[in-house]
Design a protein around this ligand. Structure first.
Ligand SMILES: Cc1cc2nc3c(=O)[nH]c(=O)nc-3n(C[C@H](O)[C@H](O)[C@H](O)COP(=O)(O)O)c2cc1C
Length: 167
């Protein structure tokens, strides 16, 4: 709500809104706040075409907005990830080691884990990026279905919900 209008005030080039975008509501809101489009990370992973293991897609659909955690803040390398056994273990290390935490202490949970998760579907192999927007993702459509739905829902929002404001 703050950064998009601020970007609009400062920039003379087109820009897209990124983070938490999933549907027509996100698109219409982002355009209203001054952006020229949206970027979707987590939403596109839960699509038929996404080249990741089915377990990853199902984990996103199953997750709510309460199921992500911020990790590596003490190392100034903050990442939002889906909570799992490895993330709980990592957060336990962060809280017990405090200021003494080093990358080496959490290497097992973060280094080289992506192939195990994304290709093998081993969902507890480590920490992997996932937006809080998972709470708004309830299905695994094709990209075409997703984009068509966003565009037709956006039209309804604009024509009915927003146009209704004008006398
Ligand atoms: C699986 C995955 C891996 C990502 N890896 C990185 C990364 O290595 N570096 C980075 O800056 N952002 C990374 N991101 C964040 C995306 O670049 C993007 O900013 C974010 O996903 C947009 O927010 P959204 O997921 O709520 O749509 C990653 C996101 C996902 C879902």
């Amino acid at each position: 709500m703050i950064l998009l209008p601020r970007a609009d005030e400062e920039l003379e080039i087109p820009f897209v809104a990124s983070g938490g975008m999933a549907d027509a509501r996100s698109l219409v809101a982002a355009l209203t706040l001054g952006a020229d489009g949206i970027n979707m990370g987590t939403r596109f992973i839960a699509t038929k075409e996404a080249p990741v293991h089915e377990n990853v897609k199902q984990a996103i659909v199953a997750a709510t907005e309460l199921d992500t955690r911020l990790i590596m803040r003490p190392l100034r390398n903050t990442e939002r990830v889906l909570r799992n056994i490895a993330v709980d273990r990592l957060l336990e290390k962060e809280s017990s080691l405090g200021q003494d935490l080093k990358f080496d202490d959490i290497i097992e949970e973060v280094a080289g884990v992506y192939p195990k998760i994304m290709m093998n579907g081993d969902m507890d192999a480590g920490a992997w990026s996932c937006g809080m927007v998972a709470g708004l993702i309830h299905d695994i459509p094709t990209c075409e279905e997703l984009i068509n739905r966003i565009m037709s829902d956006a039209e309804v929002l604009i024509r009915h919900r927003l146009a209704g404001m004008i006398k």
